[in-house]
Ligand binder design. Structure first.
Ligand SMILES: O=C(O)c1ccccc1N[C@@H]1O[C@H](COP(=O)(O)O)[C@@H](O)[C@H]1O
Length: 218
């Protein structure tokens, strides 16, 4: 049985981190995009990371950041992985990650009409990425709680796929049966209804349980 990794993104409060860890999350996401309602400041983010036990990764989410922002964040916040969620080219991702010597994920917004070959071509362009995160298009680059048509994801995309976009405890088993990604990433789906950035510990626990149950059926 393979275990689907779980990332809970957009955490802002100590209780959010504690709920994610208690639920068995493999990674938490911290949003360093100032326009996001889930944005965290440096001191806040550092305090959140301090609560993590070993082997739970802190992922820093950036949108069109420059090297100065990355340096400023990573000097204060011990991140394990970067998530580029803007318009960054392969060369920009590699150069930015190199300045802070961290591995990185690249997020792709899967628009209607995307074909499997488009995704393969795109993943090839970002071959240096540790993972390819597939998300639905959203105003403000992400975190919109919308899913997309998973049928365009080819098996050949391989074990680097992180599935995101509108996942929640109700649809994640279906997503796993169809896509079989390495990991799933959720933000809106574990928040209080209509309150972006306000996590619901029960929803986090339910999401993780749904993933583990789906894993046990394989
Ligand atoms: O969470 C945000 O506000 C955000 C802002 C800018 C880019 C990405 C953002 N979130 C990421 O979007 C995906 C999907 O989130 P959701 O579950 O549909 O809400 C996920 O990777 C978030 O980390």
């Amino acid at each position: 049985m393979s275990r689907t990794r779980i990332k809970i993104c957009g955490l802002r409060q100590p209780a959010d981190v504690d709920a994610a860890v208690a639920a068995g999350a493999d990674a938490i996401g911290l949003v360093f995009y100032p326009s996001s309602p889930r944005h965290v400041g440096l001191a806040q983010a550092a305090a959140l990371v301090e609560r993590l036990p070993p082997f739970v990764t802190a992922v820093g989410l950036f949108v069109n950041a420059d090297a100065a922002q990355l340096r400023e964040v990573t000097e204060r916040v011990p991140l394990g992985l970067l998530q580029f969620h803007g318009d960054e080219t392969p060369a920009q991702c590699a150069a930015l990650a190199d300045t802070v010597r961290l591995p990185w994920l690249r997020a792709l917004r899967v628009v209607a009409g995307t074909r499997p070959d488009d995704l393969l071509e795109w993943a090839h362009a970002y071959a240096a990425a540790r993972g390819i995160l597939l998300d639905a298009p959203a105003a403000g680059y992400g975190g919109g709680g919308h899913s997309f048509d998973w049928s365009c994801i080819p098996d050949a995309l391989g074990p680097r796929v992180v599935l995101a976009g509108g996942l929640n405890a109700r649809n994640v088993a279906d997503a796993l049966a169809r896509v079989r990604p390495y990991a799933v990433d959720v933000s809106s789906g574990v928040e209080r209804a209509g309150q972006k950035g306000v996590k619901d510990p029960d929803a986090i626990a339910q999401f993780a349980r749904a993933v583990r149950q789906a894993d046990s059926m394989r």
